[in-house]
Design a protein around this ligand. Structure first.
Ligand SMILES: N[C@@H](CCC(=O)N[C@@H](CS)C(=O)NCC(=O)O)C(=O)O
Length: 94
């Protein structure tokens, strides 16, 4: 997995979740002023032009913090967050 992030941006929450998960991941720092990442047009990565983007190993790229922040815990259900479908999960997010 690779997290596209920017310092001081809302990608920080995904960054923390990944770090806390103990999962292996890469990071790509996005320049939000020029919308570039590693010399590449960031709009080619995310047409919406914003972070966070979580690039999965199969190339899929979920965006939106609310989605990414559920995807990461669901890789190891019941660890970072209560398992999906349990009332504890809805207490956490609601
Ligand atoms: N709806 C998105 C909003 C993400 C967002 O606004 N990200 C900001 C940083 S906090 C961004 O990348 N802005 C750059 C831009 O819009 O060009 C989400 O919740 O993930």
């Amino acid at each position: 997995m690779k997290l596209y992030y920017a310092p001081g941006a809302c990608s920080l929450a995904a960054h923390i979740a990944l770090q806390e998960s103990g999962l292996r991941y890469q990071r790509a720092r996005v320049d939000l002023r020029d919308h570039e990442v590693d010399g590449v047009d960031f709009y080619a990565i995310n047409p919406k032009g914003y972070v966070p983007v979580l690039e999965l190993d199969d190339g899929e790229r979920p965006t939106e913090a609310a989605v990414v922040l559920q995807y990461i815990p669901d890789l190891n259900p019941g660890t970072l967050a209560p398992a999906f479908g349990t009332i504890e999960r809805y207490r956490l997010t609601g």
